[in-house]
Design a protein around this ligand. Structure first.
Ligand SMILES: Nc1ncnc2c1ncn2[C@@H]1O[C@H](COP(=O)(O)OP(=O)(O)OP(=O)(O)O)[C@@H](O)[C@H]1O
Length: 287
């Protein structure tokens, strides 16, 4: 028997006919309705749509942070809504989140070292690490995201917005997750810093074989990092497919209007920005 031409990689995440509500009683409101998509393992899916379209609600339901009204979410083939409570913790280590505002995950009163160790303290027994292992992993990850190991002794206020987001990324990686939900992780950053953090996420995704659900209201942000795209409108999917197809030949009128509003980055301008950053770094190094 000959080997198959292509290796069949299972999907890390399958969302089937998902519905999620907010509020209770008469104030109950359906925020997400009939949403289905999947993320092939080791790829990035861009979940886009205007404010209020249901992106965060979908992301939080996938992370088990919001109850599901109906539908199924399969993570690594297992229906997460049917997993016994005792096993939810172990699953938590394999799914992490990075928010728009790094302060959501970085307590200003705690050192970076304390914050990075936090996921290890609440992890299931099987994922626990010794203090020495935690320190070693912290140092490795801080370096990987472009910070020096002595950052562990400092506080969030001593870092810029971009550096804080790098710390939030390191924190998300502490327990070696397989899926990271990135909820508008660069929206609060300057354009040049946005590009640096996006590049870091792309490198990490590729080098570590991570799967990313990248939430953004801005189609130009996810353009170069997503393998596939899902467009949400009023809590429902209006378009989905490979990123190249969705950007080049959008089938849906709403997607076309979003694309028209999203500027295509000019490669020459991007290169000029990269050169400028490089020049500044060289200057800093020579001081
Ligand atoms: N905690 C909440 N209580 C009640 N309604 C909510 C709550 N959170 C979100 N909603 C509503 O659910 C819908 C989807 O909101 P959601 O935050 O998921 O959208 P989004 O696409 O992520 O928007 P944004 O980009 O502004 O974050 C909106 O109508 C919103 O008003």
């Amino acid at each position: 028997m000959s080997a198959p031409d292509t290796l069949q990689v299972p999907d890390i995440l399958e969302v089937e006919d998902l519905a999620v509500d907010h509020g209770v009683g008469r104030k109950r409101k359906r925020a997400v309705n009939g949403v289905s998509f999947s993320i092939p393992t080791g790829s990035t899916l861009g979940l886009v749509g205007e404010s209020g379209s249901g992106k965060t609600t979908t992301g939080m339901a996938i992370l088990g942070m919001l109850p599901i009204a109906s539908g199924r979410v399969l993570f690594e083939g297992r229906d997460i809504t049917a997993i016994p409570r005792g096993e939810q913790r172990a699953l938590g280590a394999r799914r992490q989140v990075i928010f728009q505002d790094p302060y959501s995950s970085l307590d200003p009163t705690k050192t970076i070292g304390y914050t990075l160790a936090e996921p290890c303290r609440i992890a299931a027994r099987a994922d626990r690490m010794s203090a020495a292992q935690i320190a070693e992993r912290q140092a490795m990850l801080l370096q990987r995201v472009g910070l020096s190991p002595d950052a562990a002794r400092r506080y969030p206020a001593q870092f810029s917005g971009g550096q804080r987001q790098r710390i939030a990324i390191a924190r998300a990686l502490m327990l070696s997750p397989r899926l990271i939900v990135c909820d508008e992780p660069v929206s609060a950053l300057d354009l040049s810093v946005q590009a640096e953090v996006l590049n870091l996420l792309v490198e990490l995704q590729r080098d570590l074989g991570l799967s990313l659900l990248f939430i953004s209201h801005d189609l130009s942000v996810v353009r170069h990092i997503s393998h596939s795209i899902v467009v949400l409108r009023n809590g429902a999917v209006v378009e989905q497919g490979p990123a190249g197809r969705v950007y080049d030949e959008p089938a849906d009128q709403y997607t076309r209007s979003l694309l028209a509003a999203a500027p295509v980055p000019d490669p020459a301008e991007q290169q000029a920005r990269r050169d400028e950053r490089h020049r500044r770094r060289m200057e800093d190094d020579s001081r």
